[in-house]
Design a protein around this ligand. Structure first.
Ligand SMILES: [Zn+2]
Ligand SMILES: [Zn+2]
Length: 205
């Protein structure tokens, strides 16, 4: 659950913090169920118990610690914690749980069985070039959703793919350093022009 070489780890929190957070029977039961999923499904109650446990390990208890999104918002926006010291997103955690359940239930749980473990395709992995790679999240990366985190510093109109906003499929906004959202990249369907090597671009966020 807290990670191993074949699953994935939690960023910013180690096994010691998780061990300290493990205090209730509800958590012990959730760990057991994680290793013995019924019909390949983790029940909603088990997932909720594990979410609370992870939030607790990141130092979030009470109301805010009942949901990963609320805990992330609390730590990042209210307490100003850096993004690598907050819990994973819901979509990321779901995939991590599937890999944990597979590792503990299918691999270790069946270590003495004759039959082979199931195919990992339902357990947070996909086959890429003959190897099972983790599916990191079922949600889009935050950058594709939060426009405010992308801005550009183009000096000549944002007409080419050198524009940071355009390159990421976003319109320019008021926060852009020079164009302030009033440029060639105002409308999403503007035609893409070939890259202009003369253009001076001044970076990412
Ligand atoms: Zn631009
Ligand atoms: Zn622009």
């Amino acid at each position: 659950m807290t990670g191993c070489d074949t699953v994935s780890f939690f960023c910013g929190v180690g096994k010691h913090a998780f061990y300290k957070a493990w205090t209730t029977d509800e958590e012990t039961n959730a760990f057991y169920c994680l290793s013995h999923p019924q019909d390949n499904q983790l029940s909603a109650e088990i997932v909720i118990a594990l979410v609370k446990f992870v939030c607790k390990a990141y130092g979030v208890k009470g109301e805010e610690g009942l949901c990963l999104t609320t805990a992330r918002k609390h730590l990042f926006a209210t307490l100003g914690r850096p993004v690598n010291k907050i819990p994973p997103s819901k979509g990321c955690f779901e995939m991590h749980l599937l890999r944990s359940a597979y590792q503990s239930g299918q691999i270790w749980g069946r270590a003495l069985h004759v039959e082979k473990p199931e195919c990992p395709s339902q357990w947070g992995r996909r086959l890429v070039g003959g190897q099972w790679q983790p599916i990191w999240s079922t949600q889009d990366a935050i950058w594709s959703k939060v426009q405010a985190l992308y801005k550009c510093g183009c000096q000549s109109g944002c007409a080419t793919m050198r524009c940071n906003c355009r390159r990421n499929g976003l319109n320019c906004i008021l926060a852009c350093k020079i164009c302030k959202g009033d440029c060639e990249n105002k409308k999403k369907d503007a035609n893409l022009l070939p890259e202009d090597p003369e253009e001076d671009v001044d970076g990412d966020v």
